[in-house]
Design a protein around this ligand. Structure first.
Ligand code: F6P
Length: 324
């Protein structure tokens, strides 16, 4: 019988995490449970950093970016000793179940707690969109819109000066944000970790845009690409004559993660948070709440842990067809 649950946010923060905390808290309180927020992810779980979350305590947070609980990437939790000490803290604080809001590493951590016999459910949240078990994760839509605004703005200044721009976007080893912002932003090219692209191939794309009479060339580069924006820039310093345009590079970095969540991420966070708690109330543990085929549903953490969602090859092909 669940009476008291914990909720934590872990890994990179994502716009919409606060909506998920609110969704978890209010759904659990509605079931008559008590909710303890865990500060600073698994690090705070090991250290026993708990704060009680109330109906009013999670008021006024749905529109905020980041996470009111704080987040961390805990090295200690990756060790068996760390996980045993997290388990001990949960028991000492009479916590009967845990909701983990986070991405790949965080859900693999949740799965190890579940394997140790502790009731855990996950909520799919990462701007990278590389998590199996959810077509789209919390934070992706907002991060994508921030990248898109940057691309639109850079296109304006690029056109004024007849320049090519390399725009590096986040995504760790996954090219989803680069691919989708490239398609939506009308980029001339995308450089992805999933497709080996040499500097010379990028030079050909830029030069072809110049020869077509375009006033700019926008190349969206995923941070995890073999040739990232820095390596490409270095190559183009040595091969200036290849491009036609002058070249500039911009790295969006954490700007993409820091925004206030849009409507999509507020709704997704709310619905996934509620789903993770409702599953627990029905005795369903060791699952991830995600959105699959526009339905909110659960997938066993066993099918998710340690895996990475692959990019749709049709979208990669489409990006190439559209970049003319
Ligand atoms: O996983 C989210 C993410 O923003 C990745 O896109 C990026 O590679 C990483 O986190 C950055 O991590 P940190 O905030 O620890 O520098």
């Amino acid at each position: 019988m669940i009476q008291r649950i914990g909720v934590l946010t872990s890994g990179g923060d994502a716009p919409g995490m606060n909506a998920a905390i609110r969704g978890v808290t209010r759904t659990a309180l509605d079931l008559g449970w008590q909710v303890m927020g865990v500060r600073h992810g698994y690090t705070g779980l090991i250290a026993g950093e708990f704060i009680e979350l109330t109906v009013r305590g999670v008021g006024g947070i749905i529109q905020l970016g980041g996470t009111i609980l704080g987040s961390a990437r805990s090295k200690e939790f990756q060790t068996e000793e760390g996980r045993l000490s997290a388990l001990a803290t949960l028991k000492e604080n009479q916590i009967d179940g845990l909701i983990v809001i986070g991405g790949n590493g965080s859900q693999t951590g949740a799965y190890s707690l579940w394997q140790m016999g502790f009731p855990v459910n996950g909520v799919a949240s990462t701007i990278d969109n590389d998590l199996v078990g959810s077509d789209i994760t919390i934070g992706v839509d907002t991060a994508l819109n921030i990248a898109l605004e940057a691309i639109d703005r850079l296109k304006v200044t690029a056109s004024s000066h007849q320049r090519a721009f390399l725009i590096e976007v986040m995504g760790r080893k996954c090219g989803y944000l680069a691919l989708m912002s490239g398609i939506a932003g009308g980029a001339e090219g995308v450089v992805l970790p999933e497709v080996e692209t040499t500097p010379e191939q990028v030079a050909e794309i830029i030069q072809a845009a110049y020869e077509r009479g375009k006033t700019h060339a926008i190349i969206v580069v995923a941070e995890g690409a073999i040739y990232g924006s820095q390596k490409l820039s270095e190559y183009f310093i040595e091969h200036k004559h290849r491009l036609g345009y002058e070249l500039r590079a911009t790295t969006l970095g954490h700007v993409q993660r820091g925004g206030a969540p849009g409507a999509f991420d507020r709704l997704l966070g709310t619905r996934l948070g509620a789903c993770a708690v409702e599953a627990m109330a029905q005795g369903e543990y060791g699952v991830l709440a995600g959105s699959i085929g526009s339905k909110i549903t659960t997938t066993p953490l066993a099918e998710i842990a340690g895996k990475t969602k692959l990019l749709d090859p049709n979208l990669i092909r489409l990006a190439g067809v559209l970049a003319r």
